[in-house]
Design a protein around this ligand. Sequence first.
Ligand code: SF4
Length: 126
Amino acid sequence: MILTRQDIERIEKRGYKGFYKKSGGFYRLVNINGRCIFLGEDGKCTIYNDKPLGCGVYPLIYNEEKGVIIDDYCPLSREIDCLELIRGISELRSVLKELENTYNYRVDWRLFEKSSIKLIERCFKK
Ligand code: SF4
């Protein structure tokens, strides 16, 4: 999971260190044995109230080629209703703006809007 500056500051305030590393130009959460460092033994997030912004919008993700998509890898990906989808897209927009503020990274906003509309239309046709 990519982290914004706010994410890092918020989690550090809880006393955590060494939970992120730089990879591919972004700071990302560390995984241990393929699992997020904050995933508890009970399968729950141990920093739920302070989790990274990107975690809050998952399984919605932004793909640089496809735009906004629902990650099929998530077991709940087919259970998102249209209102959740619209709310998620709005939150994802905020996350991406925050990523632009944190990194030398620019979102293709035309692709973002086009793919968002396509997702919403598909949802209401179901
Ligand atoms: S929700 Fe929590 S456990 Fe899941 S990826 Fe985010 S920080 Fe890790």
